[in-house]
Design a protein around this ligand. Structure first.
Ligand SMILES: Cc1ncc(COP(=O)(O)O)c(C=O)c1O
Length: 464
């Protein structure tokens, strides 16, 4: 068990030596330094000061089976003793990696037959970008190079994947997006941009924006369209039902490859194995990560449709691409066991028919709160939009950062939710119980009340 002195030491070592991901180091130090996380079990994590938090984000949308699963630990241990490392270069493959690829072929949508393994969602999307280029070069259409992606999208942090991401704060620090590489189109974000249109009308309008962009650029220059079935980091926007079928039709019409980024939606989170199945997407490429191993090992995968895979097999010769740890046997063993457990415990059905609807119903109950403009979600994904004025949808603005105030109260009250822009997100482990959902969203309501009081909102419940 850590002592308070350990925490002070750790914070100091962290300050001196650790460059954090997605963190303003200066602001963190002014705030007292890093929160040192020391252990986890079930849906809870603990910090070095002994505080326990209900992890409403499953880490970073990934710990689907919850923490401390003995089966995953044993799968890693067994594989470490049998074959701790081998690679997939030069005609070789660890046995367990082959088994994982075959398992994925059973679970992914029809037609997705081949899998290329990487270590992160960013690497997987980067690999897709390269494979798309290779495909069109092999098809003697070398002018097809442009990606069309969407505003608010999050596809990773490499130079290429940050470029296709549509969250604008991901670009200026790095002189991105790359020139002549990507074109961003409107997001199906009805609450913010839908105006007077019904969600269905707006869904069609957003899909048609893709068609218009393809026509402006010239279909002979457009290689692929990429999108998350439901947005993750950009705001958990669930697209209107009209959106994806129209996108599928447009991509087929103009011979534009369709890439579904399933890094957040994959492996049950939306109530089907993949978001593509929930929304009727027919992908040529799929990106998988996070829930593939429940976050216990870094592993991701690119799923390739057979019609593309056939061209790559027959025409490409050597594919000059691959990572030292592509298909790493220990990561593959953990992922394979993780997928088996999702099946054995019927977790996809549980999300679709039981815990998902329960979570959505409880989330929906927050809509009467004066700070809440919209709640949205599907399965075990949810978002709450914080507003100043429910009627006009006016927000509190970047100076107030109301969503971050709510998040501060969440941490102080032992729950973890993620804040971005004016939204708070939840994406709990798929194994969360109803009592734990009540604890998460009940505490969250109290945090909204505390924020309302901070902001001087008069009509929040006085009994808070
Ligand atoms: C939809 C989506 N794609 C890609 C990524 C990038 O994955 P990674 O952080 O593993 O590189 C993320 C990460 O959150 C994501 O949400």
């Amino acid at each position: 068990m850590s002592t308070p002195a350990d925490t002070i030491d750790m914070r100091e070592l962290d300050r001196l030596h650790h460059l954090h991901a997605f963190t303003d180091s200066k602001a963190m130090q002014q705030d007292g330094g890093t929160r040192v996380i020391t252990k986890a079990e079930g849906v809870y994590v603990w910090d070095s000061e002994g505080n326990r938090f209900l992890d409403g984000m499953a880490g970073l949308w990934c710990v689907s089976l919850g923490y401390g699963r003995k089966e995953l630990i044993e799968a890693a241990q067994q594989q470490l003793s049998q074959l701790p490392y081998y690679n997939t270069f030069f005609n070789c493959s660890p046995e367990v990696t082959i088994r994982l690829a075959a398992k994925l072929a059973e679970q992914t949508p029809e037609g997705i037959t081949q899998f290329f393994f990487c270590n992160s969602g960013s690497e997987a999307n980067d690999s897709i970008i390269k494979l798309v280029r290779l495909y069109w070069n092999l098809m003697r259409q070398p002018r097809k190079k442009m990606f069309i992606a969407r505003h608010y999208a999050y596809h990773g942090v490499t130079v290429a994947t940050a470029s296709i991401s549509g969250l604008t704060d991901m670009h200026p620090q790095w002189d991105l997006p790359l020139p002549n590489f990507v074109s961003h189109v409107d997001a199906p974000y009805w609450y913010k941009h839908g105006g007077d249109l019904t969600p269905d009308e707006f869904g069609i309008q957003c899909a048609r924006a893709l068609e218009n962009r393809i026509l402006e650029l010239g279909p002979e220059t457009v290689a692929a369209f990429i999108g998350e079935p439901v947005y993750g980091a950009g705001g958990v926007m669930v697209p209107p039902p009209t959106y994806w079928p129209e996108v599928v039709r447009i991509c087929q019409k103009y011979d534009v490859l369709l890439c579904a980024d399933e890094v957040v939606c994959g492996f049950g989170r939306t109530g089907q194995w993949f978001g593509s199945q929930t929304f009727g997407i027919k992908p040529d490429f799929m990106t998988m990560g996070k829930g593939l191993s429940s976050g216990y090992m870094p592993i991701s995968a690119v799923g390739v449709h057979e019609r593309i895979a056939k061209v790559l097999r027959e025409k490409a010769g050597e594919i000059v691409h691959g990572f030292t740890y592509s298909g790493h046997p220990v990561a593959a063993a953990v992922a394979l066991r993780n997928l088996q457990i999702i099946e054995e415990e019927n977790l996809v059905k549980r999300v679709r028919e039981d815990i998902g609807p329960y979570f959505q119903q409880k989330l929906g109950g927050l809509l009467d709160h004066p700070l809440v403009g919209e709640v949205r979600g599907i399965g075990l994904l949810g978002a709450v939009e914080i507003v100043k004025d429910k009627r006009t949808r006016e927000t509190w603005g970047p100076e107030i950062r109301a969503a971050f105030k709510v998040r501060g109260h969440c941490f102080a009250n032992s729950i973890i939710m993620r804040a971005a822009r004016d939204c708070l997100y939840a994406s709990p482990p798929l194994v969360i119980s109803k009592t734990e959902v009540d604890e998460l969203l009940g505490t969250f309501r109290q945090c909204l009340d505390l924020t309302a009081r901070d902001l001087g909102v008069s009509d929040f419940r006085k009994d808070a």
